[in-house]
Design a protein around this ligand. Structure first.
Ligand SMILES: CC(C)(COP(=O)(O)OP(=O)(O)OC[C@H]1O[C@@H](n2cnc3c(N)ncnc32)[C@H](O)[C@@H]1OP(=O)(O)O)[C@@H](O)C(=O)NCCC(=O)NCCS
Length: 171
């Protein structure tokens, strides 16, 4: 099925998107623990990410509570930009919020000016793989064993933002 630009837009009737502020970090760490378990970012690591990347970190709120987030991190010479976090709370999954946050992440990746975007994903994470493929990311090489040193494999996904720039859906 072909996905239209409108379907890939960063507007949502289900949730409100806004920039992360420091007071959100505890709730973000709790959300990470809920969805990633022992692979979650700690509050300390979240705080470090906030210091460096808060301008490209967005969260989604549904009925006043934290529903999800997307974190985009350009590297130091802006040659690559990485999606370092995408999560939707279990209660809020399946309402299109993953797509909405991913669309916001694409806008942030384009804003960074980096030519190449990357994501790592567990090979068995069908929902995330489906989402990244919908945003025209493709597997970059073979699965990598023990990618983060915790014994788990990861697949790296890549999209060129130069050859294939993302165009935000119209408001
Ligand atoms: C991946 C994740 C962000 C998706 O969030 P979501 O709000 O449920 O996603 P959406 O409702 O926007 O659905 C996105 C697409 O994924 C599809 N999808 C959802 N679950 C799926 C599954 N188990 N297998 C295949 N596709 C699935 C949906 O059908 C939808 O596709 P469509 O629009 O083509 O129909 C969410 O499942 C999540 O947070 N998972 C835990 C954390 C995680 O794995 N993060 C990514 C790390 S790389």
């Amino acid at each position: 099925m072909t996905t239209t630009r409108e379907e890939l837009g960063s507007k949502s009737d289900y949730a409100t998107l806004r920039s992360v502020v420091k007071a959100d970090l505890k709730a973000l760490a709790n959300l990470d623990e809920e969805v990633f378990g022992n692979a979650a970012y700690s509050l300390m690591y979240m705080t470090s990410l906030y210091l460096m990347f808060r301008k490209s970190w967005y969260l989604a709120e549904h009925e006043g509570g934290l529903a999800g987030y997307a974190l985009v991190c350009p590297d130091s010479d802006n040659s690559e930009v990485w999606l370092m976090g995408l999560a939707v709370s279990g209660n809020c999954q399946g309402h299109g919020l993953g797509r909405t946050l991913m669309a916001r992440a694409m806008e942030l990746m384009m804003d960074s000016g980096a030519p190449d975007a990357y994501i790592t994903v567990r090979p068995d994470n069908k929902a995330a793989r489906h989402l990244y493929e919908a945003f025209e990311f493709t597997a970059d090489g073979e699965e990598r064993d023990n990618f983060y040193g915790n014994g788990e494999p990861r697949q790296v996904f890549h999209r060129s933002l130069v050859k294939n720039p993302y165009t935000a859906a119209p408001a």
